[in-house]
Design a protein around this ligand. Structure first.
Ligand code: 26Q
Length: 799
C-alpha cells in the first residue's frame, strides 16, 4: 500500500488520542503499541474485506488447513513488511522519537503451538497469503499458550503464558458465526419412512464455539486470508440442568490450554474433546458458508473446498464430515464417502510410535457416540470391500478399529486422497516401512512435500544486516523470490562481498552477545565460533551428543589451558514437555555444565556454554541470524524434516548434521563440501533394529573418552546432578542407549574437528556460508505451499 511518513505520523498520533486519551509525550510503550497495531489494522481492513468479497464472488476453490497448533510469534513487523510500509513506519516513528523495535517488544508472542508442526502451519499461512493462494487456517484459541520456561537453580520451571491479558489487537470476534458442538449423551437412529435413518439425541452436553478471525496479510499483494481460532463458551440458552459450576468450568476449559507435549501421546479425554471441538466447529462453518454463498448443490462441494488434516490431531474430520453430509444434508453413504475422500488430505509429521494417536474405542463411543457409529461403519464397509481384493493380512494391518483402539493415522489415510511426508527421506520411510501396507493398497495417495520456511520473517525481518548486504550485492528481487539468492554464487570469489557477509554476521553476533549478557550475565566474545542447538528437548534430537562433545573440549582445555584454540560459544534453547523427566534431566545437566565451565578461570574465553531460557519464535529471530553453526544431530530416520535447519542455512550458518530429515536435501542443495555430515545412515539404523546387535555398554567399556565423559556425570566432576547424571548414565549404559548417542559420538567428534579447522580459515568458511545462503531458495515455504496447492488441493493463486 502507499503511505507517506507524514500521513502515518498523523494517523498514529490521532489514534493514540482517540484510543487512550493521551498525548504522545505521556504515552507509555503499551499505549504506543496499542495505537500502532490499531493503525495497522485499519490499513489492512479494507483489503481484507475486499478480498473476502472477491473470494465469495469468484467461486474459486479454497483450502482449509486444520491444525491443533499454530505458532505465529509476533505479528506487527510481519504485517508492516507485508503491507510494504515497514520502512515508512520505522521512519515516521523515529521522527516522533520512537524506536519501532522497542515498541514491537510489547507484543506478546502468539505461542499456541509447541514447535515444528505449529510453526510450519504459520509459515504456510504466511506463504499462502503471500503467493495469493486462498488458504484459511482452522484451530483453537487457547487462553494459555505454551508455558513460559524459567530456569531456577538449573531446573526448568513452567509458568503460564497468559498472552491475552492485554487483549489481542489482530483478532476479530465473530459471535454471529458461532456454532454448537455436542458431546456425550445417547444416540439412536429412526427411519424417516423414506429409507433414511435420522439420528436422535438425548442428554448431550452442548458447547458454544465462537470463532476469532485473524487476518493473514500477503506480501505486497491484495490477498488477506483468514486464520480462524475457536473459543469454547457456555451456550446462552443452556438447559438449567447443566447450569452448574462443574459444567461451566469444563466448557471453558476446552479451549483453555494447549497440551505442551510434542512427541508423546497420552490419551486424555480433554485432548480428544479439543480435537473434536475445532474439527466440528470448523467443518460446520465451512458448510454454512458454502450454503450461504454457493448456488451449487452440496454434492459439488469438493469442487469448491479442500480440507487439510495437519497430523492426526484433526483426523476426526473424516468422520465428522461424513456425519454432517449424511445426517444434516441427507446425502447417501456412498456419495458422502466419495465426497469426503476427495475433500480430505493428510500430512504425517512423525514416525515415532509413541506419538501415534490411538484412542480407546470406549472413550470415543461415550464421548462421540454418533461419530463412533460412523467410524465403525467406515471400517466395516472398507473391510468388506477390500477383503476379496487384497486379502485378510493387508486388511487387518490397516484397519481403523483394532484391539479396542481407533487408529487415527489409519482413519486419516483411508478417509483422504493424499498422504504426504515432510521431507524426501521421511516420505520414503512412510512408503517403504512405516505405512508400507497402506502404500500397497493406495500407492497413488502417497507423496512428498518437503517443508519450507517463511523466508521473509527469517531474513528480512530477523536479519537486517544480511538483507542489506544481499540488496547491495544481487539487487532486491530475492525479497519476493528466494530463488534469486542463487545469484550470490557468482560472488564466491569476491573478497569485498565475503568481507561484507562477515561484517553482517558479526553485527548479528554482537546483538546476541548483548542479549546473552543481559539475560544470563555471561560475557561472550562475538569473534568466537557460535555453535547453536535450538529446538524442543527430546532424546531423539540428541542434545546429549552436543553436551558430550562440550565435555571433551572442557577436558582438553583443563589439560592444556594455554594451547592455541578456536574460542567457542555453545548456545542452547530448548523446552522440555513438563512430564518428560529425562528431557528435564538433560536441561539440568546443561545448566550445571555451563556453570562449571563458565566459572572456571582456566577456561576463560576459550569455551562458554549458554542456555537461553524460554526459547520461542522471537528469541529464534535473534539467535539464528547470529549462528555460525547449526546443530541438526538427530538419529537418522527420527526427525521427519526439521525446519530450523532451513532457517540456519538461509542465515549463512553451516550445518553439522546427520543424514536425517531435510538435512539431506540441504546438504545436496548447498553442496556436501559446505557442511559437516556424520553419523549412522537410516539404513544402518534399521539394520541395527533388524539384527538387535547394538550394545552401548561395549562402547562405554572400550572407548576411554566416552568412559571418562560418562563417568563425569556420576562421579561429582559435574556438581549438583547426582540424580539427573545417574539417570543419563543409566540410559546410555544399562538401557542400551535408545538413540545411538555413543555409537555416533566418535564420528560427531571427527565432524566437529573438521568444522573447527575450517573456521580457522575465515575466507573458506565465509565462502561455504555464502553457498548455503545462495542455495536456500528451495526451502522457502512459498515453494512448499505451491506444491500443496498444485498437487493436493488444486487451488489457484489470485492473479
Ligand atoms: C498428540 C496427542 C496428544 C498430545 C499432543 C500430541 C502432539 C502434539 C504436537 C504430537 C505431536 C506434536 C508435534 C509434532 C511436531 O512438531 N513434529 C515436527 O513437525 C515438523 C514439521 O513438519 C518437522 O519438521 C519435525 O521434524 C517434526 O518433529
Amino acid at each position: 500500500m502507499k503511505l507517506s511518513t507524514e500521513q502515518f505520523k498523523h494517523d498514529f498520533e490521532e489514534r493514540l488520542t482517540s484510543k487512550f486519551a493521551i498525548e504522545l509525550a505521556k504515552a507509555g510503550a503499551q499505549e504506543k503499541y496499542g495505537a500502532l497495531s490499531s493503525v495497522v489494522k485499519n490499513y489492512y481492513s479494507s483489503i481484507w474485506a475486499a478480498d473476502n468479497h472477491y473470494k465469495d464472488e469468484s467461486n474459486k476453490k479454497q483450502a482449509y488447513y486444520f491444525s491443533i497448533e499454530f505458532l505465529p510469534g509476533k505479528m506487527l513487523k510481519s504485517n508492516l513488511l507485508n503491507l510494504g510500509i515497514l520502512d515508512t513506519v520505522r521512519e515516521g516513528l523515529s521522527d516522533l522519537g520512537i524506536d519501532l523495535d522497542e515498541i514491537a517488544l510489547e507484543e506478546p508472542d502468539m505461542a499456541i503451538g509447541n514447535g515444528g508442526l505449529g510453526r510450519l502451519a504459520s509459515c504456510f499461512m504466511d506463504s499462502a497469503a503471500s503467493t495469493g493462494l486462498p488458504l484459511n487456517g482452522n484451530g483453537i484459541r487457547y487462553r494459555y499458550g505454551l508455558f513460559k520456561q524459567k530456569i531456577v537453580d538449573g531446573f526448568q520451571v513452567e509458568l503460564p503464558d497468559s498472552w491475552l491479558d492485554n487483549g489481542n489487537p489482530w483478532e476479530v470476534r465473530r459471535y454471529d458465526k458461532a456454532v454448537e458442538v455436542c458431546f456425550g449423551g445417547e444416540v439412536w437412529l429412526e427411519d424417516d419412512g423414506e429409507g433414511h435413518f435420522i439420528p436422535h439425541y438425548q442428554n448431550q452436553e452442548r458447547v458454544l464455539a465462537v470463532p476469532y478471525d485473524t487476518p493473514m496479510v500477503g506480501f505486497e499483494n491484495t490477498t488477506v486470508n483468514n486464520m480462524c481460532l475457536w473459543r469454547s463458551e457456555v451456550p446462552k440458552d443452556l438447559d438449567l440442568r447443566f447450569q452448574n459450576l462443574e459444567y461451566m468450568n469444563q466448557t471453558a476449559m476446552l479451549s483453555s490450554e494447549l497440551y505442551p507435549n510434542d512427541s508423546d501421546y497420552n490419551g486424555q479425554l480433554l485432548r480428544l474433546k479439543q480435537e473434536y471441538f475445532f474439527v466440528s466447529a470448523g467443518l460446520q462453518r465451512i458448510l454454512h458458508h458454502y450454503k450461504a454463498t454457493k448456488q451449487a448443490p452440496i454434492t459439488h462441494i469438493s469442487d469448491f473446498i479442500s480440507v487439510h488434516i495437519n497430523d492426526t490431531h484433526p483426523a476426526l474430520c473424516v468422520a465428522e464430515f461424513m456425519r454432517l453430509l449424511i445426517d444434516e444434508y441427507r446425502i447417501t453413504w456412498e456419495r458422502a464417502w466419495n465426497i469426503t475422500v476427495k475433500v480430505m488430505s493428510y500430512t504425517n509429521h512423525t514416525i515415532l510410535s509413541e506419538a501415534l494417536e490411538k484412542w480407546p474405542e470406549e472413550m470415543v463411543k461415550s464421548l462421540l457416540p454418533r461419530l463412533y457409529q460412523i467410524i465403525i461403519e467406515i471400517d466395516r464397509r472398507r473391510t468388506a470391500e477390500l477383503l476379496p481384493k487384497v486379502g485378510a493380512k493387508l486388511v487387518h494391518s490397516t484397519r481403523i478399529v483394532k484391539d479396542g483402539q481407533i487408529h487415527m493415522a489409519h482413519l486419516a489415510i483411508i478417509g483422504s486422497h493424499s498422504t504426504n511426508g515432510v521431507a524426501k527421506l521421511h516420505s520414503d520411510l512412510l512408503k517403504d516401512v512405516e505405512l508400507h501396507d497402506f502404500y500397497l493398497i493406495y500407492p497413488e495417495r502417497f507423496n512428498n512435500k518437503t517443508n519450507g520456511i517463511a523466508d521473509r520473517r527469517w531474513s528480512q525481518i530477523a536479519n537486517e544486516p544480511l538483507s542489506k548486504v544481499l540488496d547491495e550485492t544481487i539487487g532486491k528481487k530475492w525479497r519476493s523470490d528466494l530463488k534469486e539468492l542463487k545469484l550470490l554464487e557468482s560472488y564466491k570469489e569476491d573478497d569485498a562481498t565475503l568481507q561484507r557477509l562477515q561484517e553482517a554476521k558479526y553485527e548479528d553476533k554482537v546483538k546476541l552477545a548483548k542479549l546473552i549478557e543481559e539475560r544470563n550475565g555471561i560475557v561472550v566474545n562475538p569473534t568466537a565460533l557460535f555453535d547453536v542447538q535450538v529446538k524442543r528437548l527430546h532424546a531423539y534430537k540428541r542434545q546429549l551428543l552436543n553436551v558430550f562433545h562440550i565435555m571433551k573440549l572442557y577436558f582438553e582445555i583443563k589439560e592444556n589451558p594455554t594451547a592455541d584454540r578456536t574460542a567457542r560459544v555453545h548456545i542452547f534453547g530448548a523446552k522440555a514437555a513438563p512430564g518428560y523427566h529425562y528431557a528435564k534431566a538433560i536441561i539440568k545437566c546443561i545448566n550445571e555444565i555451563a556453570r562449571l565451565i563458565n566459572n572456571d578461570p582456566d577456561i576463560g574465553d576459550q569455551l562458554k556454554v549458554v542456555f537461553l531460557e524460554n526459547y520461542n519464535v522471537s528469541l529464534a529471530e535473534v539467535i539464528i541470524p547470529a549462528a555460525n553453526v547449526g546443530e541438526q544431530i538427530s538419529l537418522a530416520s527420527k526427525e521427519a524434516s526439521g525446519t530450523s535447519n532451513m532457517k540456519f542455512m538461509l542465515n549463512g550458518a553451516l550445518t553439522i548434521g546427520t543424514l536425517d530429515g531435510a538435512n539431506i536435501e540441504i546438504f545436496e542443495a548447498a553442496g556436501y563440501e559446505n557442511g559437516f555430515v556424520f553419523g549412522l545412515t537410516k539404513d544402518e539404523v534399521y539394520d541395527y533394529y533388524k539384527n538387535s546387535n547394538y550394545n552401548s555398554r561395549d562402547i562405554y567399556e572400550q572407548n576411554p573418552l566416552v568412559h571418562r565423559i560418562l563417568d563425569a556425570f556420576v562421579d561429582g566432576t559435574i556438581p549438583n546432578i547426582s540424580a539427573e547424571g545417574q539417570q543419563i548414565f543409566d540410559s546410555l549404559t544399562t538401557y542400551n542407549d535408545e538413540y545411538f548417542v555413543l555409537r555416533d559420538f566418535n564420528d560427531y567428534v571427527r565432524a566437529q574437528e573438521a568444522l573447527e579447522k575450517c573456521y580457522q580459515d575465515q575466507k573458506a568458511w565465509t565462502q561455504a556460508a555464502l553457498m548455503n545462503i545462495a542455495n536456500a531458495g528451495h526451502f522457502s515455504s512459498d515453494r512448499t505451499i505451491r506444491e500443496y496447492a498444485d498437487d493436493i488441493w488444486h487451488i489457484k493463486a489470485k492473479k
